[in-house]
Design a protein around this ligand. Structure first.
Ligand code: OAD
Length: 245
């Protein structure tokens, strides 16, 4: 075990309240592409055209088809060893919960129980007027952006598009967790999108140790991270989880 693994295991063993903040990198080994980088989703689908609320209102059918494609892709994927390791750590009482920026439902599918969906969930639809929510059953959806059965207003995938606020409950719960934790695992995120990227900063300024798990160093690493464990989350997290047993 290298020094950083040992330090990370030690910090987690001594933690009284550990939480995880996850990003797209944790789902990469499930076959779900990350957002940034050469083969990232935003390379093919620029966010200004496909991921802002303005784009959805301007061209709902085009943006709807993009989200359907993403939803279809995610539905064909399964949680990986990284997701399962976090669920196991929670079941052992070693992890308070997961704050995820991902909308892919992989943590829940792996058995994590305390999951804060910071950016929503691509498996749900929500009405833009009456807030009626329903599961997004992709097999029943056509190419047209759906309308609410109750009020006939345009519905949208229940994900936070650029230009929208984080759901108030998710934001307040995530902030509270960041303030209370003494260890935060920051996993597979470029930590470039706010307010999610603020959470490790909040944790750090409240005295928490930040353990970053990523295949690459990020902008965040040299400034914030206490312990950097380099490697794929699907390999690193099971090793950390087993070191806790
Ligand atoms: P990014 O695509 O910005 O970053 C993914 C990170 O995962 C990078 O730092 C990679 O180095 C790392 N990574 C890749 N494979 C990995 C692996 N197997 N194990 C560990 N790390 C790995 O994704 P996010 O940071 O999640 O928001 O992006 C944040 C938000 O920006 C997303 O939630 C999304 C996007 O715009 C919305 O759609 C609202």
């Amino acid at each position: 075990m290298n020094a950083n693994y040992a330090a990370a295991s030690e910090a987690l063993r001594n933690a009284t309240c550990a939480v995880a903040l996850t990003g797209a990198g944790i789902s990469a080994e499930s076959g779900i592409p990350t957002f940034r980088g050469d083969s990232g989703i935003w390379e093919k689908y620029p966010p200004d055209d496909y991921a802002t609320i303005e784009a959805y209102l301007r061209e709902p059918e085009k943006v709807w088809r993009f989200w359907c494609e993403l939803s279809r892709l995610v539905r064909g994927c399964l949680p990986n060893a990284g997701h399962f390791a976090l669920a196991a750590m929670e079941a052992q009482g070693k992890l308070r919960g997961v704050i995820t920026q991902n909308v892919d439902n992989m943590h829940q599918a792996a058995g994590s129980r305390h999951v804060i969906e910071f950016h929503g969930n691509a498996h749900r639809l929500v009405c833009m007027e009456c807030q009626e929510s329903q599961p997004l059953d992709i097999s029943n959806m056509g190419d047209n952006a759906p309308r609410c059965a109750r009020c006939a207003t345009l519905m949208k995938p229940d994900v936070v598009m650029f230009g929208e606020d984080i759901p108030a409950k998710a934001l307040s719960r995530a902030r509270a967790m960041a303030e209370q934790c003494d260890v935060m695992l920051v996993i597979g995120t470029s930590a470039r999108v706010y307010p999610a990227a603020q959470l490790p900063q909040t944790a750090k300024s409240n005295g928490a140790t930040l353990i970053e798990v990523n295949t690459e160093v990020t902008d965040f690493t040299s400034v914030m991270t206490d312990i950097f464990v380099k490697g794929p989350a699907g390999e690193v997290l099971p090793r950390l989880a087993s070191a806790l047993q």
